[in-house]
Design a protein around this ligand. Structure first.
Ligand code: XLS
Ligand code: NI
Ligand code: NI
Length: 439
């Protein structure tokens, strides 16, 4: 048998080299997979994952320009290039030292003329993926169905006005769940790219939301039927491609799940670039989802603060990674979720090594965020100040509010006895200064 083709020849396994210089960008300076922090290895805290679509299917094409990223693995007939892509991907995962990957069904293998043919392609490709997983130990963080790219889904998938399209989406999802089981995926993501509307005039919002809930219920039922053990995740995004998407942000998705009684079957996959598109700060939805016990995984990328688009850049800002890691540590980790790099190199970053540099830089940014957050939590200065700020809820009337037994009559009696509250400083700048101490 001919030797397997190498796509990243000349690039060795990426090493941890503490103290490496500023131009040494092909090694980790902070990410030391085996190092233990707060009782867990960095690898376990961070659970990095490489995404298939941007890193292996992406071509650099944008609405104004042709492809700029010419990858050898994307050449040839569709099934032939799908195989080369898979080999290239696994070579990349192992050289980078990342244990997880994510993909859409249609990233892995092309659609055929019929659903049967499409599923046969998927069977063939996932056989090969399983073989490579077993060879390398790399696992699937999550699988998702692409229910937004094909023209049949232009008016929505689960929220399409035509039940025929909804049925197609359901059939595709059934296969997607089978694939998740076959490959041992630890999570399954639903991102409702076309689940929303462009004009309210042609849209029955109540019907569409109900259909979406039914679609999710069918997924839960089939998951239980086939004994698929993974965690279901919904990924909020406010817009793009729709003008309005139903899964607007963390709080909207949680409200939706509660409204339809689905909250015990799903958690959230938060993508900070989507959070900022919704007009929130970078860490906002990670904080909100975690506060409500619903943070399942993170698509760790970033937008450009000065652009209102989903630019899917690699997360390089240590302030942001510190804030995110603080939340993740405080909730006891992300498992079975992880930090998935739903990020792409810029179309101008055309060299193969740029794909490595981008991932290495982002992994180091998260490793630094982890180290910062660990120091912040272990020293407990900020958490001590926050605890003190809320200390009135630990006794007396505050305790009654805390346990839910307080009444308005209690409030009135308390004020008659204690009069006007003493206003206290919020100390925002002090918190900011202390936070900067750890960065
Ligand atoms: C698009 C989404 C998408 C999901 C998976 O904006 O981030 O890539 O993560 O379908
Ligand atoms: Ni995403
Ligand atoms: Ni996105």
């Amino acid at each position: 048998m001919a030797a397997r083709e190498q796509f990243f020849a000349g690039i060795p396994k990426i090493q941890y080299v503490p103290g490496a210089g500023p131009t040494d960008v092909m090694c980790f300076k902070h990410y030391n997979a085996e190092e233990i922090l707060m009782g867990r290895t960095m690898e376990d805290w961070l659970r990095f994952s490489v995404c298939y679509w941007h890193s292996f299917c992406g071509t650099g094409a944008d609405p104004f320009g042709f492809p700029t990223l010419h990858r050898r693995w994307n050449e040839g007939a569709p099934m032939e290039s799908a195989k080369k892509r898979l080999y290239a991907a696994f070579e990349f995962f192992t050289k980078l030292g990342v244990k997880y990957y994510t993909f859409h069904d249609r990233d892995m293998s092309p659609e055929g003329a019929t659903l049967e043919e499409t599923n046969r392609n998927l069977d063939e490709m996932t056989d090969l993926a399983l073989q490579l997983q077993n060879e390398t130990g790399v696992k699937v963080l999550w699988v998702t169905c692409n229910l937004f790219a094909h023209p049949r889904y232009m008016n929505g998938a689960a929220t399409n006005p035509d039940c025929h399209v909804l049925a197609y989406a359901g059939a595709q999802l059934k296969k997607g769940l089978d694939i998740a089981k076959k490959l041992g995926a630890e999570n399954f993501v639903f991102w409702g790219g076309r689940e929303g509307f462009l004009s309210i005039l042609n849209t029955d919002v109540a019907a569409e939301l109900k259909h979406m809930a039914t679609f999710f219920r069918m997924a839960v039922k089939y998951k239980e039927k086939i004994g698929l053990k993974c965690q279901f995740l919904i990924e909020p995004k406010p817009k793009e491609p729709c003008k309005h998407q139903y899964d607007y942000d963390a709080m909207s998705v949680i409200g939706f799940l509660k409204h339809y009684g689905l909250e015990n079957h799903f958690k959230l996959n938060i993508e900070p670039n989507h959070t900022t598109l919704a007009g929130h700060s970078y860490e906002h939805d990670v904080v909100v989802a975690s506060a409500l016990g619903m943070l399942g995984s993170v698509d760790s990328n970033t937008g450009s603060p000065d652009l209102g688009w989903d630019t899917d850049q690699f997360p390089m800002d240590v302030r942001n990674t510190t804030l995110v890691m603080k939340v993740i540590i405080e909730q006891g980790g992300l498992q079975p979720g992880g930090l998935n790099f739903d990020a792409k190199v810029r179309r101008e970053s055309t060299e193969l090594e740029d794909l490595f540099i981008a991932h290495i830089g982002a992994m180091d940014a998260f490793a630094r965020g982890l180290r910062n957050a660990v120091r912040m939590i272990e020293e407990g200065v900020i958490s001590g100040m926050v605890k003190e700020r809320y200390s009135s809820f630990s006794h007396g009337l505050g305790q009654k509010v805390e346990d839910g037994s307080a009444t308005l009559e209690d409030m009135e009696a308390f004020i008659k006895q204690n009069g006007e509250p003493r206003v206290t400083s919020g100390k925002q700048e002090k918190y900011e200064s202390i936070f900067n101490h750890y960065i």
